[in-house]
Design a protein around this ligand. Structure first.
Ligand SMILES: Cc1ncc(COP(=O)(O)O)c(C=O)c1O
Length: 388
């Protein structure tokens, strides 16, 4: 086999650019340099002890074989109950599909909805993998440039303006990566009715729910019962490596995706599912809420520190654990700037180029997935860099 045998699909799928930078940051760590890591898209906290203990118990009890493709019934029930508890919304377990992270859910959603040659509208900047998932199913991402004037999110007006014959739907993330921007429910309601009027499907990635600061995010399901919703145990629940998430959709769509999940994955990870049952227990939630309070403190420190250094952060990011900062006063090539920040000052951050092309050369994403002392150190190093 040679490269000539590889499909156009495989060749066109882009790598995650931050991975190269991550690799270099790890090399510098191994060589004994004190790198401040602000490039990662995952909480620095270890998985909460009650979840880890539940995993140990699951292994001891022999829960190590396949499960139903849609997840163990107890977990589907528990997730459905969470919607009642957390959002006051009644959904049955047949509307929940347990997946391999939100990633597994996004792939299944696009496999369900994207016909060959169709497009899904999404923000630029946005989470990069979505465009690659769509490429995999022979559809395409349709990027809509957004900026602070619309809170880095799509609006009903933008959707109407950019809608094309081949557009099959809209994907939003709220809170979003890399901007932390949240779509208010009144705007979501307008978006939902516009997408429906245009005959498309609405997918909302809610995987940063739980990580909003000073308020609780509402789910799109409160204004649109037909939306396809992603969520995950990765971020708020601190379980990135357990590869577990879920989606909520109308029951017939769930059954259709479950059929695909059987073929693609057989089942979600068994031990992770049993562990996740402990994620909703009050003692776990208490741990996660304490972490959320720490994230809020980190965000405030980082945003004010960056602003003092001249970075433009026009809107306070309301959720996730990212600050998407305009470094236009320092560079018109944030990709090279991030590399030299790493090499010279040992601070790892992600260049805007990872999230699209719109103003990407000016922007840098800083993750506050590291302690207050480390954020202070990064700000000191940035200040020192500014004086050179
Ligand atoms: C917006 C968004 N969606 C989906 C994912 C994938 O998350 P996971 O598959 O771990 O649930 C990420 C990861 O960073 C993300 O930022």
């Amino acid at each position: 086999m040679t490269i000539d045998n590889w499909s156009a699909r495989a060749r066109e799928i882009d790598s995650f650019k931050v991975m190269d930078l991550l690799k270099r940051a790890k090399q510098l760590d191994a060589a004994g340099f004190d790198v401040v890591h602000m490039e990662a898209g995952e909480p620095d906290f270890r998985t909460a002890a009650p979840i880890a203990a539940a995993a140990h118990r699951a292994i001891d009890a022999g829960h190590t074989q396949y499960t139903p493709a849609g997840g163990i019934p107890e977990l589907r029930e528990r997730i459905a109950h969470y919607y009642q508890q957390r959002y006051g919304i009644a959904i049955g377990p047949e509307r929940v599909l347990v997946t391999a992270g939100a990633s597994g859910g996004l792939l299944l959603a696009f496999a369900l909805l994207a016909e060959q040659g169709t497009t899904f509208m999404m923000t630029d900047p946005g989470y990069p993998c979505n465009r690659q998932f769509l490429r995999l199913v022979e559809a395409r991402g349709q990027s809509v440039p957004v900026d602070a004037s619309t809170n880095y999110q799509l609006t009903a007006e933008l959707i109407r303006q950019h809608w094309q014959a081949q557009t099959a739907g809209v994907l939003l993330a709220s809170p979003a990566n890399p901007t932390g921007a949240v779509v208010p429910m009144a705007q979501m309601r307008e978006i939902s009715s516009t997408v429906r009027e245009l005959g498309g499907a609405l997918i909302v990635d809610e995987l940063y729910h739980g990580l909003t600061y000073g308020f609780d995010a509402e789910t799109v399901l409160s204004v649109d019962d037909e939306a396809l919703v992603m969520n995950s145990f990765s971020k708020y629940f601190g379980m990135t490596g357990w590869r577990l998430g879920w989606l909520v959709a109308p029951a017939d769509a769930v059954a259709e995706m479950e059929k695909m999940a059987q073929n693609l994955f057989i089942s979600p990870t068994t031990v992770s599912q049993y562990a996740a049952l402990a994620a909703f227990e009050p003692e776990t939630i208490a741990i996660l809420e304490a972490r959320r309070a720490e994230f809020a403190e980190r965000r405030d420190l980082l945003v004010s520190g960056l602003r003092e250094l001249g970075f433009d952060v026009p809107l306070l990011p309301e959720g996730a654990f990212y600050v998407y900062a305009d470094a236009g006063h320092l560079t018109d090539n944030s990709f090279d700037w991030c590399w030299s920040l790493l090499e010279e000052d040992k601070v790892a951050a992600t260049p805007g180029a990872d999230f699209g092309t719109h103003l990407a050369n000016r922007f840098v994403r800083f993750s506050y997935t590291t302690g207050i002392d480390r954020i202070e150190l990064a700000l000191e190093r940035l200040a020192r860099r500014g004086r050179r």
